[in-house]
Design a protein around this ligand. Structure first.
Ligand SMILES: Cc1ncc(COP(=O)(O)O)c(C=O)c1O
Length: 470
């Protein structure tokens, strides 16, 4: 079957990303554009259009106006997802050989950035929710502990990354966190891929955005948390700690020389929608509806976990003795297609389309799943990864990844140094990064994870040749 033939047919209720719900919630302006003769909108960087890095033209004006609207000093549209803009943002604040403090739940794109440019990640551990196997967000006290631990190391931090909110919609108040890093003079990059709607400016009970928290660079994935087409994203700059020219240069390193005009129009439409009263009503209605859906499902007895983003619905399948993967297969067969299956949960992304009848469908799907598995006990709780509060890879990530390496069975890898990333996708959170030492407890934990994440963790691992510790 060709790719083309697979795209258009109906495949059930889309509770996955992109958040526009298979076109239903695309901004009207974009829907109108797509009604024109197919392909007519596929234009190069004509003078009147320009591009994200061109100072004249409609795109430059649109970026300026979007930055003003959201309260940033400067903004860039991105057409390689949050991935491309996160990497560009990181390159603008950390130089080769410098250290960057980041949480353990960082997206793999930032580890890739470290490998590309020889940046040195200093990974801090996070609170772990063992009933479901998720990392939670750190609070001020947690980060005080991290900073104390940092005093025992030799590293000099150049910048900090925060992930806010997480894929599952967990978020803490990041205002004090940004402040504590600023006190030390460190610029803060917030990966707000899943939280563009936090920055809508509406009083609808969502967590504070990185912009309001005073972070220096903030990246939004517009297809994950706004109504953009896949690959659309935005990067915002504010404050005085980061040089806009450095950001501009880094964006230029990673951007195609032929950015898609359609995707740029989609960035604009998604961002401008929440500046209009109809767009604001739509967002507010979706948030209300999402809150009603989760409270109704809870009343009906479905194990929906608490989080801070109403648009992420986490079904705690482990309670029924089934993994999120089994639940996903079951529900897909019944026309309900989730976003993120994991060992203990199945996460649905409600997105910005109306979700009529969802409570009924989920209730029915869940009840039949329970019936089919009625003999099962709840799954045991999940074991936290055996990680120190702070970890600096024993050899730089960039060096380990490029080193001469050999492939050995995971179970025989104790005391070796990893030459690769182990990273189930989704969610794209690395369980191991290149340069980390595979100690006994880590290898045992990874072998356990292999059973929990079917086909996502290889039997063999590439380790750095001639670097066995014992
Ligand atoms: C936390 C986080 N950041 C960044 C990304 C990358 O986003 P994009 O797909 O827009 O490149 C993801 C993707 O899953 C993510 O979960």
């Amino acid at each position: 079957m060709s790719i083309n033939s697979l795209l258009a047919f109906d495949r059930g209720r889309s509770l996955f990303l992109p958040a526009h719900g298979r076109g239903k919630a695309l901004p009207n302006e974009l829907k109108q554009l797509l009604k024109h003769r197919a392909g007519v909108w596929d234009l190069p960087e004509l003078p009147e259009l320009g591009g994200p890095l061109v100072s004249e033209g409609a795109i430059a004006r649109s970026q300026e106006s979007a930055a003003l609207g959201i309260g940033a000093k400067k903004g860039w549209y991105g057409i390689n997802g949050a991935t491309g803009l996160l990497q560009a943002a990181l390159f603008s604040i950390v130089r080769p050989g410098q250290y960057v403090l980041m949480p353990r739940n960082v997206h793999r794109s930032l580890i890739h950035a470290c490998a590309i440019s020889d940046l040195r990640p200093v990974l801090f551990d996070l609170p772990f929710k063992s009933d479901r196997g998720h990392f939670g967000p750190p609070d001020e006290m947690w980060l005080e502990g991290v900073l104390n631990e940092l005093l025992f190391t030799e590293v000099k931090i150049a910048a900090v990354v925060l992930v806010h909110p997480t894929y599952h919609g967990y978020a803490s108040d990041i205002r004090p966190l940004v402040k504590m890093f600023h006190k030390r003079g460190w610029p803060v990059l917030v990966d707000e891929a899943h939280g563009a709607h936090f920055a809508s400016g509406l009083e609808i009970g969502l967590p504070c955005s990185g912009l309001s928290a005073g972070a220096d660079l903030i990246v939004h994935s517009l297809h994950k948390s706004s109504t953009g087409l896949v690959q659309t994203a935005a990067l915002w700059l504010q404050g005085e700690l980061v040089d806009p020219l450095a950001v501009e240069r880094s964006v230029g390193w990673l951007q195609t020389s032929s950015p898609s005009a359609l995707l740029l129009a989609s960035c604009e439409a998604a961002l401008m929608e929440w500046r209009t009263s109809s767009g604001q009503r739509k967002l507010s209605a979706r948030i209300d509806e999402a809150r009603q859906i989760s409270s109704r499902l809870r009343e009906l007895g479905l194990p929906i976990l608490s989080n801070q983003d109403p648009l992420r619905l986490i079904l705690h399948t482990a309670l029924a003795g089934v993994s999120g993967f089994e639940a996903d297969d079951w529900l897909i067969a019944r026309g309900l297609i989730a976003e993120l299956p994991e060992p203990g949960c199945l996460t649905f992304c409600l997105g910005f389309a109306v979700q009529k009848g969802l409570v009924r469908s989920l209730k029915r799907g869940w009840e039949t799943l329970l019936e089919a598995n009625s003999y099962k006990q709840s799954l045991p709780s999940f074991v936290a990864p055996p990680l120190p509060l702070l970890m600096v890879p024993s050899i730089p990530c960039a060096e380990a990844w490029r080193s001469s390496s050999k492939s050995i069975p995971l179970e025989d890898s104790v005391d070796n140094i990893s030459a690769e990333l182990i990273c189930p996708y989704p969610p794209g959170i690395p369980l191991l990064i290149p340069g980390e030492v595979l100690n006994q407890s880590r290898v045992e934990w990874l072998l356990d994870q292999k059973n929990l994440w079917p086909n996502q963790i290889p039997n063999q691992i590439r380790v750095v040749s001639d670097q066995k510790l014992n």
